[in-house]
Design a binder for this molecule. Structure first.
Ligand SMILES: [Zn+2]
Length: 420
């Protein structure tokens, strides 16, 4: 189909997010953008325009996966979770150290990124917040979901000075998709975090950071003890007999808030003693900082779901992410939403915002993604529930509801749009 030729998509339901849900609705797509939205009778076009009636389908804004690590998308199943976060991190380090280097690893990384992007499109995802420890020489594939690529850095031995040159080169190459991620409080020295956040402020780039993911993290950053002390001493990352040059999550929140847009990833134990002020501090900065939760990963590594109700009660924008295939079986944000709604933590309407508009805000793509509105790119997902339904919000989350098609800027990148 030519993208220059206007197209009408009709469906039983259109759920724009941020505007009222439309029954028997249509969208007019022109040059990759939404040109008009209406109900029942088509208007504004010419008789030559193409019309596709999707029948009993639901059209949503393309879904947003606000946090993943595509570099692990080639894993068949998650790593063992024995020992919680410290045990799992030890396995990630072992996995990375066992990888070959040079061209072989470059080819593996490129293949993993392609696999992760393709799987995301199959899951209805058109925007991704990816954490990258390396940027492939040839860049990310040009056709696929919209990207926010947070260049990640970590290190306890960085005690001052300017940022390593490769960081600046990677950020230059990433252009408009760039973001920055200090990894986590127990792995990033004060000095390295300061340098990363100064760079983010200078370039006006969004930031993201894993914070308060485990009680072991809080123990390490507030007293230097616990399982991370032993792990880092074994790995040679920091000696067991010296206090690490680190900060607790509450201090990181104040530093992240110096940048115009950022997100805290997980936040499962935010506000727990001895760092009791962290959640209140995040709430004070909710105009620029949100939270991304990854429910199935948190359940695997912490044995509980993230405290989403507390974030929502504090007025914080909450997004869903899948985390990587090293801790999750797939890259489906619908799967994450089902986990939360099925456990009674949020309503279907709240879950919908968490994987569309509020997720787009968290990755600083809210002017392009996260809702269907006139003038925006036609990033869409077409869902096909398998049986009769009356409430589209419930039908979106049914496990037998299929992703029939995923469109980015009006182009079908997965499935088909056909009259049904
Ligand atoms: Zn993560």
């Amino acid at each position: 189909m030519s993208r220059a030729q206007p197209l009408y998509l009709r469906a039983r339901w259109i759920v724009p997010v941020g505007q009222r849900t439309i029954e028997d609705g249509w969208l007019r797509i022109e040059r990759g953008r939404i040109a008009a939205i209406g109900r029942r009778k088509l208007s504004g076009g010419s008789p030559r325009d193409r019309t596709i009636d999707l029948g009993d389908a639901i059209i949503l804004p393309g879904l947003v996966n606000a946090h993943t690590h595509l570099e692990f998308s080639d894993l068949e199943k998650p790593l063992d979770a024995e020992g919680g976060l410290p045990g799992w991190i030890a396995r990630v380090v072992a996995l990375r150290r066992a990888r070959p280097s040079g061209p072989e690893e470059a080819a593996r990384l490129a293949g993993s990124l392609r696999a992760g992007l393709a799987e995301s499109l199959e899951a209805g995802v058109t925007t991704i917040g990816d954490i990258a420890t390396a940027i492939p020489r040839e860049g990310y594939p040009s056709v696929g979901p919209r990207l926010r690529i947070y260049r990640e850095a970590l290190g306890l031995s960085f005690l001052g000075g300017s940022l390593p040159g490769f960081m600046a080169r990677d950020l230059d190459r990433l252009g408009d998709s760039a973001g920055i991620s200090p990894h986590a409080p127990m792995t990033v020295s004060r000095a390295l975090g300061g340098a990363l956040l100064r760079e983010a402020a200078k370039r006006d780039l969004p930031v993201t950071m894993h914070l308060a993911e485990s009680l072991a993290e809080l123990a390490y950053v507030t007293g230097g003890g616990g399982p991370f002390r032993d792990l880092f001493a074994t790995l040679g990352a920091w000696p067991a007999d010296r206090p690490p040059p680190v900060l607790p999550p509450s201090d990181w929140i104040s530093r992240l808030a110096r940048v115009r847009r950022g997100s805290v990833v997980h936040g499962t134990f935010l506000g727990e003693p001895p760092d009791a002020t962290a959640l209140d501090r995040l709430a004070r900065h909710r105009d620029r900082l949100g939270v991304v939760v990854c429910p199935r990963t948190t359940r695997l590594l912490s044995g509980q779901l993230p405290p989403v109700e507390r974030f929502l009660a504090a007025g914080i924008r909450v997004a869903l992410g899948t985390d990587s295939r090293a801790s999750n079986p797939d890259l489906s944000v619908l799967g994450e939403a089902r986990e939360l709604v099925g456990s009674g933590v949020v309503s279907p309407g709240e879950a919908l915002r968490m994987m569309t508009s509020d997720a787009a805000w968290n990755v600083a793509h809210e002017v392009r993604a996260g809702s269907i509105a006139v003038g925006r790119p036609a990033d869409l997902v077409v869902l096909a529930p398998s049986g009769p339904f009356t409430d589209p919000l419930d039908a979106i989350l049914r496990p037998d509801t299929r992703v029939a098609a995923t469109l980015r800027a009006g182009r079908v990148l997965h499935g088909h749009v056909t009259s049904g």
